[in-house]
Design a protein around this ligand. Structure first.
Ligand code: ZN
Length: 330
């Protein structure tokens, strides 16, 4: 990672990448899909990006526990820390495997999210390449390989300085991001758009189309479900058909994207048949939304996606697309 920070030195107006070597310390066992090799694959692919690209690669300091309290319950954070220290093998559910260094990885990923929030506040754009992922985590709940909700952390860090800020959150991981969705289910300042597999057939079994928010947030959630085995063309079409439903509710100041790649046809979960070109087209379209509504302020987070080949090949091309769009304003 040091090679990447020296190859892409800090430039404030470039597209910012945030990652941290401690994110690799979360060891979950060889038979668990969410391995350090996922992020290593992304980094290996990014090492082949041209140094001439307008990319700035940074390793921000890990978050302080107190900073994570912007979103999470302190008792929950302390329980997670002590479970790691005491050598527990999982936390709150069997799929959340932990190791002695997991809390260090959690703090490192949180630090990347907080740095991304500062970039967005400064009118910039960037991508947090972190693990463990975050979109299933609730205020005091770890679930679906997630411990800290990075998207919520960015929202709250920005709101601390801009209490009236509004957000469009787009989640294209094949699993519904129920952690974030239910944290803000009644919040009219956050429009959540998620595209995922039909909840009858896939974890976390939430995110039905009729779940559209509640109270003041009624209508601010748009859950689009697709049958398992959907093609990439069907998947991509949903952005055209439904993404712009936020326009009736708010003009977002910021666009945040939960970028999961487990709808890919090569993903070992084998849920859908989305191809590289569909993901690239989706992200390009999202950049256009950010440019048209949010003055280019887009922040992305690595969520799921378990094919190391896909991560190594596809993530760098997406980063290149975003960096060129960000600098070129196209
Ligand atoms: Zn997923």
């Amino acid at each position: 990672m040091q090679e990447l920070t020296s190859r892409f030195p800090y430039r404030g107006n470039f597209f910012q990448i945030y990652s941290h070597p401690d994110c690799l310390l979360h060891e979950v066992g060889a038979d668990h899909p969410e391995t350090p090799d996922r992020l290593k694959s992304v980094l290996r692919g990014c090492a082949r990006l041209s140094p001439a690209l307008p990319i700035s690669w940074q390793t921000p300091p890990p978050a302080q526990v107190a900073e994570l309290e912007l979103v999470h319950d302190i008792g929950y954070l302390e329980r997670l820390r002590s479970a790691c220290q005491q050598g527990h093998s999982c936390f709150m559910s069997y799929d959340n495997q932990i190791g002695p260094q997991t809390f260090r990885a959690v703090l490192a990923a949180g630090g990347c999210a907080l740095a991304l929030a500062q970039t967005l506040l400064g009118q910039g754009a960037g991508f947090a390449l972190v693990r463990p992922p975050g979109h299933h985590a609730g205020r005091k709940r770890a679930e679906g390989f997630c411990y800290i909700n990075h998207t919520a952390l960015v929202i709250e860090a920005i709101r601390r300085q801009q209490p009236e800020a509004t957000f469009l959150v787009v989640d294209f991981d094949v699993h519904h991001g129920h952690g974030l969705n239910f944290l803000y289910y009644d919040d009219p300042g956050i429009f959540y758009y998620s595209l995922h597999g039909e909840p009858e057939h896939i974890y976390p079994n939430t995110g039905h189309r009729q779940e559209t928010g509640q109270g003041a947030g009624m209508g601010c959630t748009c859950n689009i479900t697709l049958p398992l085995d959907s093609s990439g063309d069907q998947w991509l079409q949903q952005f055209e058909d439904h993404l712009h439903s936020f326009e009736k509710k708010l003009r977002p100041d910021y666009l945040l994207v939960n970028a999961g790649f487990d709808a890919h046809k090569d993903d070992p979960f084998g849920v859908m048949h989305v191809e590289d070109r569909h993901f690239r087209a989706a992200v390009r379209g999202l950049y256009t939304v950010a440019r048209d509504y949010c003055r280019g302020r887009i922040g992305l987070f690595l969520e799921g996606g378990y094919s190391k080949g896909v991560l190594e090949r596809l993530l760098p091309t997406i980063i290149e697309d975003l960096a060129l769009a960000h600098l070129g304003g196209d």
